[in-house]
Design a protein around this ligand. Structure first.
Ligand SMILES: [Zn+2]
Length: 124
């Protein structure tokens, strides 16, 4: 199995509803998103997937979040914009883009870093 990863960053505000502590107040993060793809077959020039195309796919989603207040955006009006929920939402959306691209490659995991030392990962 081959795996590739691409990292992207975005900056957003959020507040965690129901959290007892500082994080219930609006504050911001410089998020890092790490998307890992996996597949068995390389293409004719030895690539699992073009890094550039994966980066474009990730930016389609992180671009919607960048410089926004996450609590105002779908689906975070309903669910908390925690790193865990961000990882799951980005996993599902990027998987959807990849499915429509086809080719036996799948998103293996999405990791969302809120800081250099704290992250949440979603994988199947
Ligand atoms: Zn936070």
């Amino acid at each position: 199995m081959f795996e590739i990863t691409v990292d992207e960053t975005f900056s957003s505000g959020h507040a965690l509803r129901g959290y007892r502590g500082k994080c219930e107040n609006p504050h911001g993060h410089n998020y890092r998103v790490r998307v890992r793809l996996a597949g068995k077959e390389l293409n004719g020039i030895g690539l699992l997937y073009d890094f550039k195309d994966l980066k474009t796919m990730i930016r389609r989603e992180t671009g919607r979040l960048d410089h926004q207040y996450l609590n105002d955006l779908e689906p975070f009006q309903e669910i908390n914009p925690s790193a865990e929920n961000l990882a799951r939402v980005l996993f599902e959306r990027i998987s959807g883009h990849l499915d429509s691209a086809g080719g036996g490659i799948a998103v293996k995991s999405v990791t969302v870093y809120e800081t250099d030392t704290t992250a949440a990962k979603y994988s199947l």
